[in-house]
Design a protein around this ligand. Structure first.
Ligand code: SF4
Ligand code: SF4
Length: 338
């Protein structure tokens, strides 16, 4: 079933349970602790907020608790997988409103919230819907700040241009089959985001109180932050991905896409210290990693980079990787004056 069909199906609560009477909506504030500064700006806060070191990912644990709570009250609950669309249900249930950046906003919290919906067979006292857009008329800060133009007008976002979507919509991900090779017109604009993007939430006035609040650090993330250093991700093994990275970045099913994103981020950082790590990545068995490492080297440029690229080209068998190396060598020559 395609994404659109799944969404249409989920829009009717009777597809979750034929005796559906009520959609219960719960809002979870995922930004109650602060996150390590070296992870912020690279991994979206939503995914950092999932990092609690629990055996089950936090969203699944939370959903199970909600279901158990409602069943203890005597309700039957609907099937998972066809729960009503979260942001629409949140507004109809009166717990969130809409922002022009397409996010749901909860009063007193902002948009750093996650919404769970569950269909039950009983009637409750219903809250008044809050379908309105909660933005000042003249505010366009989120639209202006979007690095790719994905957010192109109030309440309109093109996912194909969105940094977050491009970072994790990869083959096998729950978003369906995304791109293998990152599109050229978005690489530079991804900056150092490797999983998600928070820019259109960070600039929002409604989120400033939480962003400026003094929060206790997330103890689990403080322990694992060093595992997410870009150079480690770039040259990680499959076991490293499975054990250390996947628990936090579980939309991505194959570590090669995290390596790809790390290469692009290192290229955009543009620091010479990344060159030995990218040179090592040029010997990775995966052409996808070699190709993006070549692009990153081209962004950094310089004589040493050019020598690495020329050496790699001499032994490169993959047509795809060769094309990246040739393009990167051209960029390196034009910026370095060689
Ligand atoms: S998440 Fe990032 S790229 Fe996507 S719409 Fe927001 S600012 Fe734009
Ligand atoms: S930045 Fe402004 S326009 Fe965008 S969601 Fe926030 S208040 Fe609304």
């Amino acid at each position: 079933m395609g994404d659109n069909q799944r969404l249409l199906r989920a829009g009717d609560p009777r597809n979750s349970m034929s005796e559906a009477r009520t959609v219960v909506v719960a809002v979870y504030d995922y930004f109650k602790e602060s996150f390590p500064p070296e992870m912020v700006g690279r991994i979206g806060r939503l995914y950092l907020g999932h990092g609690g070191g629990t055996p089950l990912p936090i969203p699944r644990t939370r959903y199970r608790l909600l279901r158990e709570f409602l069943e203890k009250l005597g309700f039957r609950t609907g099937r998972g997988g066809v729960n009503p669309p979260a942001r629409q249900a949140g507004a109809r249930a009166g717990v969130t409103s809409f922002g022009k950046n397409c996010f749901a906003f909860a009063e007193g919290i902002g948009s750093f919230v996650e919404i769970d919906t569950l269909v039950i067979d009983g009637e409750l006292e219903y809250d008044r819907p809050t379908m309105q857009v909660s933005c000042p008329d003249k505010c366009t800060l989120c639209i202006d700040a979007c690095p790719t133009g994905a957010l192109y007008e109030p309440l309109r976002m093109n996912p194909l241009m969105c940094v977050a979507y491009n970072s994790y919509a990869t083959p096998g991900s729950f978003l369906g089959d995304g791109q293998i090779v990152l599109r050229m017109d978005i690489r530079e604009r991804m900056g150092v985001w490797i999983y998600g993007c928070d820019i259109c939430q960070q600039v929002c006035p409604h989120n400033q109180p939480r962003l400026k609040a003094k929060l206790l650090p997330n103890a689990y993330l403080a322990q694992v932050a060093a595992d997410f250093r870009l150079e480690k991700l770039l040259n990680m093994s499959a076991a490293y991905f499975r054990d250390k990275v996947y628990p936090l970045m579980h939309y991505i099913k194959d570590g090669r896409y995290v390596q790809r994103n790390a290469a692009v981020a290192l290229g955009n950082l543009g620091q010479d210290e990344a060159v030995p790590h990218l040179a090592r990545a040029m010997r990775d068995p995966d052409e996808l990693v070699r190709g993006h490492a070549a692009w990153a080297l081209g962004r950094i440029g310089g004589r040493e980079v050019l020598e690495i690229l020329e050496g790699s080209l001499a032994t490169e068998c993959s047509e795809y990787a060769r094309s990246e190396i040739i393009a990167a060598s051209g960029v390196s020559r034009s910026t370095g004056g060689y």
